[in-house]
Ligand binder design. Structure first.
Ligand code: ZN
Length: 57
């Protein structure tokens, strides 16, 4: 079984970001859409950077 990788959502509007670590591979479409809690903009999904990967393996 492949372990799901953590990823990050970043809001291009205000810069708010959050890291999401899926519990399983069975992601629903909702897991790929996230709305910024600060400005209600749609956040973009990003790969973790090198430092973040150390903490979110
Ligand atoms: Zn925002």
């Amino acid at each position: 079984m492949i372990r799901p990788k953590a990823f990050k959502y970043k809001c291009p509007n205000c810069g708010y970001s959050k890291i999401v670590k899926p519990k399983s591979d069975a992601l629903t479409p909702l897991d790929f859409i996230s709305i910024c809690p600060k400005c209600n903009n749609q956040m973009e999904r990003k790969e973790l950077n090198a430092v973040e990967k150390i903490f979110w393996r």
